[in-house]
Design a protein around this ligand. Structure first.
Ligand SMILES: Cc1ncc(COP(=O)(O)O)c(C=O)c1O
Length: 470
């Protein structure tokens, strides 16, 4: 045997024995998976026949399974791990806070709670100066809806069909997302939805789209009675519905309409917030100031469950001399506050928001090239690092590779693409005909290239199902 081969063999044996020490044996991995499948329920999924990734640890933009296989996390978990995985600064901040005090009643004050409130007031524009801390996106939305009704004395909430605002009762009803259809009979009352088409599937140009969408919204407001409408609720930038951008000037018009009728504007920044779109908040790309901001996900980058509803001084002052009738046992949880505070500093220290802009632009360039190679790419939409590819069967007819709310048998091609992505070492969020590209904001050009090479290989499968344009 050549010396080189011998060295390789020794190295392999050494690596294997190291791995055996840190990784559990096959039977243990089997047990880990079995415990999960036998005794826990999986969201938004049938429970049988699923093959979830078994993740042992994570660092930066990578996840590692129990066999040591690496996956590039191209959707930052559920678009929440904005700073990237395994940042020890958060761990240290959490430990330090736990060593001092882990829990106090929400009626108590702590250093971290006050500092976090102050920091968020600095980040938020206008007079959005008061924070009510929650535990999740849905929590933030529930409380926004409640406060909007209390503040205005009105009851209706208007929101978009192509939206997701959370899975608790009012948040799910406010969502237009079809995930609510199986529990249709349990929907909350006084929610009205409107449609907002998106440019890729609108034939008459962006100016016309703006005009028609605003006219439709104004008609709905007139039909529903402006004096009955408490709030319009919109995502800062569209997320899980397919990153469908607002027509230019749309949010500004909505802001004007709200102010005119005394309707509150609530921006849901749960997914689009905290640098994801190249600004602290998605709505800042549209030059407006809302009355409330719902936050979660990127507030702690998913290291701990946490959320926040930021409200204007005007709304908060209503409760100066009246009881604020909202509350949670874990509101302003000190450990979550400590994680959030450190996390906000990491965005600044690591220049993550500027990187989201730069990497968003880089993606635009690279995906232009991918489009020339892959007839299945119909559209690419993104703002910073909140983006998705929309796959189609034909660029001429724009028939999607899988339709809206696709049934399992309509997902055959997309499921093959998803399986290939996993096989090649990528974890990302796939929905209907959309492949999400929303990596941690710390991603580099080289890592984007690595991810796009994997996507390119996987969507070659979809290309085979396209009808090439003449
Ligand atoms: C825009 C938006 N709002 C609200 C939520 C709900 O957040 P959570 O799952 O933390 O309740 C989500 C979750 O994906 C979201 O994308």
């Amino acid at each position: 045997m050549h010396q080189e081969d011998n060295e390789k063999l020794i190295l392999k044996k050494y690596t294997m024995s190291m791995l055996e020490k840190i990784l559990p044996h096959k039977s243990e991995v089997g047990e880990i998976i079995k415990n999960n499948l036998d005794h826990t329920l999986f969201s938004w999924s049938k429970q049988k026949g699923i093959h979830p990734l078994a993740i042992e640890h994570a660092k930066g933009v990578y996840l590692y399974d129990y066999d040591g296989k690496r996956y590039l996390d191209f959707s930052s978990g559920l678009v929440n791990v904005n700073i990237g995985h395994g940042n020890q600064r958060i761990t240290d901040a959490v430990i330090k806070q736990m060593q001092q005090v882990s829990y106090v009643m929400p009626s108590c004050v702590t250093k971290v709670r006050g500092e976090l409130g102050k920091k968020l007031a600095e980040i938020c524009p206008g007079d959005l100066n008061k924070a009510f801390f929650t535990l999740s996106g849905a929590d933030s939305i529930e409380n926004a809806i409640k406060l909007a009704r209390l503040y205005t004395g009105r009851h209706k909430i208007l929101s978009r069909y192509k939206s997701y605002h959370g899975s608790s009762n009012a948040a799910m009803t406010a969502s237009g997302d079809p995930r609510k259809l199986p529990v249709d009979s349990q929907q909350a009352t006084n929610f009205v939805h409107f449609d907002l088409p998106y440019l890729y599937r609108w034939e008459y140009g962006e100016e016309n789209l703006l005009k028609e969408s605003i006219a439709q919204l104004e008609r709905i407001i007139a039909f529903e009675g402006p004096g009955n409408i408490a709030a319009i609720l919109l995502e800062g930038e569209s997320g899980s519905s397919g990153c469908m951008k607002y027509p230019k000037g749309y949010l500004k018009k909505v802001r004007e309409i709200c102010s005119h009728h005394g309707i509150l504007l609530i921006m849901d920044e749960v997914m689009s917030g905290f640098g994801r779109t190249g600004k602290w908040f998605g709505f800042q790309n549209h030059d407006i100031i809302p009355d409330m901001i719902a936050m979660a996900k990127g507030l702690t980058s998913g290291y701990l469950p946490f959320g926040c509803l930021m409200v204007s001084d005007k709304i908060a002052s209503k409760f100066d001399d009246a009881m604020l009738p909202i509350g949670l046992t874990y509101s302003a949880h000190p450990v979550c506050c400590a994680a959030a505070l450190e996390n906000l500093q990491i965005y600044v220290d690591d220049n993550l928001i500027n990187n989201a802009v730069a990497m968003g632009n880089y993606l635009d360039e690279r995906i232009e090239i991918l489009k020339q190679m892959h007839p299945s790419i119909g559209d690419w939409r993104n703002t910073g690092l909140l983006g998705c590819l929309e796959l189609v069967k034909s660029r001429v007819t724009k028939e999607p590779m899988a339709p809206f709310n696709a049934k399992p048998d309509e997902m055959v091609v997309m499921n093959k693409v998803a399986a290939k992505l996993n096989e090649l070492g990528m974890s990302t969020f796939i929905r209907w005909s959309f492949i999400f590209i929303a990596p941690p904001l710390c991603i580099t050009k080289e890592q984007i290239d690595e991810g796009l090479a994997i996507i390119s290989a996987a969507i070659s499968i979809a290309d085979e199902y396209t009808i090439l344009p003449l």
